[in-house]
Design a protein around this ligand. Structure first.
Ligand code: GLN
Length: 483
């Protein structure tokens, strides 16, 4: 079945004309039609538009102007703007909003000839860790349909694990690519802040947000990363660097690499099955010649607290634009204020409202110094600790998530416990470093994610290391069958 092939394999088959772009897109559309009523990955699928882009891709193949992504289907998280296709952020407030422009990543995917399959489910405005905060539907984990795929990019992660898409894009503000990747057993990669344009990504925490890929292998993740990254004048925080190249992906070796294990990221309170699986992976990597050293990074203990001040503060400002006048839903009320009040009261869900309130509070006169400014100071201390660490080490290794996939509903009523799940992923957002999650085994039949973090802007090196790590570890082969 075509849906079982990796993106790289599909790409080769398309280029050699063993299969047509139409056959490939149809295989995935059929799969979506068959399985998505149970998985709930997609909010929007437009088969006609998908087939249209497959036709354009085939024309590129036929005229010899295609590239490695030509004809390869990609799913997009529904907070990435797509011209002419509804983009909701899984929020009632944006129901019916059709962007008049494409995000830069979408423009670049189109130029590369990728086929756009549809828009995937997420926690409302990417705020959450389970995808249960979507205003529209639940997404289920393909490994166990009673469990969460993680979040906030749960729809993208589950679509790749379920082979409803060979590749998907998500966004990561505090772990929303890496954590769902870990819970779904796929690769999830957050590039260095600024290497992938945020233009057209509906903002949550602008100093933290970064777009990145989901794939079933590091090679596939690198393939799409190359197409979407690189400087973009439309994003003021875009780094003046070329796209992240995959040319030397397979040339690395683990022998002699130095890895740091921050003891704060191996807390005893973590799930024992996760810890033992990660420790087993460390043993395998030692046999390949990686030298591990336990270190201490005290600021990590403050990561969750710091993040849950900075991210809501930025969100409260970013989400001020949803006022019922300019986008999506409008609920009429008494005068202008009434309209804004009622639109926001009815349009935003509970988690989003709570973030706006916390963020507004943290930024208000009298509290700004006590909360926001303090959080920024801790952020600088953390950045400094990571800078120092990367002077001595090639990468930092940890579990991605302290727990494997949890049951849907299990943590919904315990927002504190839910937020603590971001413990291992938040540092890479606060520090701006690249981070990648790979599957490193299973506990009780559920995937366990291994996180690797690299020095800022050393994305090529991190991907090369991740590729070698993936070769050294047993990878998931029997992907879950949903049928
Ligand atoms: N779980 C974190 C939050 O709810 C991270 C979300 C994200 O990365 N978008 O804020």
């Amino acid at each position: 079945m075509l849906t079982e092939f990796s993106a790289a394999e599909l790409s080769r088959k398309i280029a050699s004309k063993e299969v047509s772009c139409r056959e490939v897109v149809d295989a995935f559309l059929d799969r979506i039609a068959r399985d998505d009523s149970r998985l709930g990955c997609f909010l929007t699928v437009d088969p006609e538009k998908a087939r249209e882009s497959a036709r354009a891709a085939q024309a590129m193949v036929d005229t010899g102007s295609g590239g490695p992504l030509t004809g390869v289907p990609v799913a997009l998280k529904d907070n990435i703007s797509t011209e002419g296709i509804e983009t909701t952020c899984a929020s009632k407030i944006l129901k019916g909003y059709i962007p008049p422009f494409d995000a830069t990543v979408v423009t670049r995917l189109k130029l590369a000839g990728a086929t756009l399959l549809g828009k995937t489910n997420l926690d409302e405005f990417a705020m959450g860790t389970s995808t249960e905060n979507s205003a529209f539907q639940l997404t289920r984990n393909p490994w166990d349909l009673d469990r969460s795929p993680g979040g906030s990019s749960g729809g993208s992660a589950a679509s790749v694990a379920g082979r409803l898409a060979p590749l998907a894009l998500g966004s990561d503000t505090g772990g929303s690519i890496r954590q769902p990747a870990a819970l779904c057993g796929v690769v999830g990669y957050k590039p260095t802040y600024g290497r992938c344009s945020r233009y057209g990504l509906i903002a949550f925490g602008s100093s933290l947000d970064q777009i990145g890929p989901f794939a079933r292998s590091v090679e596939d993740a690198a393939l799409i990363t190359e197409a979407i990254t690189g400087h973009d004048a439309m994003d003021g925080t875009s780094l003046p660097l070329p796209s992240i190249s995959s040319a030397r992906l397979k040339e690395g070796s683990l022998k002699g690499l130095k890895a740091a294990l921050p003891k704060e990221l191996f807390a005893e309170s973590m799930n024992p099955g996760v810890l033992s699986t990660v420790y087993a992976a460390i043993e395998s990597l030692k046999r390949e010649g990686v030298r591990f050293t336990e270190i201490s990074m005290p600021s990590i203990a403050l990561g969750v607290t710091t993040y849950y001040i900075i991210a809501p503060a930025e969100a409260s400002s970013n989400l001020a634009r949803f006022d019922g006048v300019r986008y999506g839903v409008r609920v009429d009320g008494q005068g202008h204020i009434g309209l804004v009040e009622r639109t926001r009261a009815e349009g935003f869900g509970h988690e989003v409202k709570s973030r706006i309130m916390i963020g507004t509070y943290a930024l208000s006169a009298g509290y700004y110094d006590a909360y926001y400014l303090r959080a920024l100071r801790i952020r600088s201390i953390m950045q400094h600790e990571f800078e120092e660490t990367f002077k001595d080490f090639d990468f930092v290794l940890s579990p991605t998530s302290p727990v494997p996939a949890f049951r849907l509903g299990e943590l919904r009523m315990d927002p504190m416990a839910m937020k603590l799940l971001d413990f291992c992923t938040i540092p890479a957002n606060l520090g701006g470093m690249p981070g990648i999650s790979l599957n490193c085994g299973f506990t009780e039949g559920l995937p366990v994610g291994l996180q690797l973090m690299g020095a800022p802007s050393e994305d090529e090196k991190l991907l090369q290391i991740a590729y070698s790590v993936e070769q050294a570890l047993p990878t998931a082969t029997n992907w879950p069958s949903i049928a």
